[in-house]
Write a protein that binds this ligand. Structure first.
Ligand SMILES: NC(=O)c1cnc(OC2CCCC2)nc1N
Length: 326
């Protein structure tokens, strides 16, 4: 016969697995009703035995109190920003500069869709989420842990208990959720958000986590800031490993053997951006080899081994405004 603690642990593991399949893979294994039954059993068990509650329990996503303000957080490593390229020539200049510095080392890139959201740094200790902070000015951000815990695709516990790992990703608001939120705000006579990025920023910087919990936010992780207990040599390995750990990763990334392949990728996704459930404003082109990145280093502001190719601003569908002709 299982003890309550064993039952609670088993339920947590089960619910964690279903959260991953539902919110990260978008491939639920059980019905919503069956999921709710599991969740309710865990809630009731934790109510009956309060000392069983653990911070990584799926029941602990929506925090308690309303904050007075945000605690500043100093990032262990500065969260760099990206230089921009607006056309093929600027991308070719980036490629040439990088090759000049690296000598004739083989230069391969990884291209990633540039998610138009809010950058976030997450810290995990022994596989458990410790904190989440906004980028801020790159050195000091704001502690938004209570709010990011409400993002269902964000794992509260990783698939292995790495001693310490710090990762970076983008919190975004899906296009559908953005449209729905603005309709609701309009109906309530409230100001609407200009774009999903602002809506995500406004939702993640709420003093009341319950408000954040009511907003549909997504997370896509793309960088490891600090890693203990594992050696990784490339961006491709980084993205695969982040996936293995249970993080949501955008699977549209592509390893590119040359700048020509990078240009093909940029061309392809400039035309396909409307297919995505979230907004992108370009492509991030990253040197694949991590050791080679070390040789290049970073300027004060941004890495020499990555660049953002920005799509031309989309011609906004001209909003037809009905003009009252009296
Ligand atoms: N918005 C994005 O999707 C995104 C932003 N930044 C980066 O990488 C930065 C971080 C480390 C230096 C380059 N990758 C991304 N995919």
């Amino acid at each position: 016969m299982e003890t309550p603690r064993e039952r609670a642990e088993k339920l947590r593991e089960e619910i964690r697995k279903h959260d991953y399949h539902y919110y990260v893979l978008d491939q639920p294994l059980i019905s919503d009703a069956e999921y709710d039954r599991l969740f309710r059993e865990l809630v009731e068990l934790e109510q009956a035995y309060p000392d069983l509650v653990t911070p990584d329990s799926p029941t602990q996503r929506v925090g308690g109190e309303v904050l007075k303000g945000f605690t500043p957080v100093q990032h262990r490593v500065p969260l760099l920003s990206l230089d921009n390229a607006f056309n093929e020539r600027e991308l070719r200049d980036f490629n040439r500069r990088l090759k000049e510095r690296l000598g004739d080392e083989a230069v391969a890139y990884v291209c990633e869709l540039k998610i138009d959201g809010v950058s976030i740094a997450l810290v995990y200790q022994d596989g458990v989420l410790m904190s989440g902070a906004t980028r801020g000015d790159g050195i000091v951000g704001e502690d938004v842990t209570a709010n990011i815990r409400t993002i269902k695709s964000l794992p509260l516990r990783l698939t292995y208990p790495l001693p310490r790992v710090e990762v970076r990703g983008e919190v975004y608001m899906p296009k559908e959720a953005f449209a729905r939120l603005n309709r609701e705000r309009e109906d309530r006579g409230e100001k609407t958000f200009a774009n999903p990025r602002n809506a995500a920023a406004g939702s993640i910087r709420q003093l009341d986590p319950k408000v954040t919990a009511g907003r549909t936010l997504g997370l896509l992780v793309y960088d490891i800031l600090h890693l203990e207990g594992k050696e990784i040599d490339s961006q491709r390995e980084t993205l695969e490993f982040l996936s293995e750990l249970g993080f949501p990763v955008d699977r549209n990334f592509r390893w590119c053997a040359s700048l020509d392949e990078v240009l093909e990728y940029c061309e392809e996704w400039q035309g396909r951006r409307h297919e995505l459930p979230y907004e992108i404003d370009g492509v991030v082109v990253k040197l694949n080899s991590l050791p080679a990145r070390q040789l290049l280093g970073a300027t004060a502001k941004s890495p020499r081994w990555a660049i953002a190719y920005k799509f031309p601003a989309e011609e906004k569908e001209t909003k037809i405004v009905a003009i009252e002709l009296n």
